[in-house]
Each structure stands twice: as C-alpha cells, then as structure tokens.
Design a protein. Structure first.
Length: 44
C-alpha cells in the first residue's frame, strides 16, 4: 500500500476494508497539464 502512495504525484488511494481486513486497494492518478494563456482550449 505504501508504494501506491509513494508513486503518486497527484491523485488518491482508496483502501477497502471488509470485516476488519483490507481486501482491496485502489489508486487513481491524475495527470496535470500546464495551461497556456494563449491556448484556445484553456479556461484561464
């Protein structure tokens, strides 16, 4: 489980527990792209 957290830059780790035991670990990694002010798809 610790490796999942150490490897993430942005995201989350969810630990599923069933009857007091860890049964599943899920990780969601987000990739962030720098926004350019002159980019027509940019929100800024």
């Amino acid at each position: 489980m610790r490796k999942k957290v150490e490897d993430l830059r942005f995201g989350s780790v969810q630990i599923i527990v069933h009857e007091g035991r860890v049964t599943q670990v899920e990780s969601l990694e987000k990739t962030r792209f720098p926004a350019k002010s002159d980019d027509p798809g940019s929100l800024s």
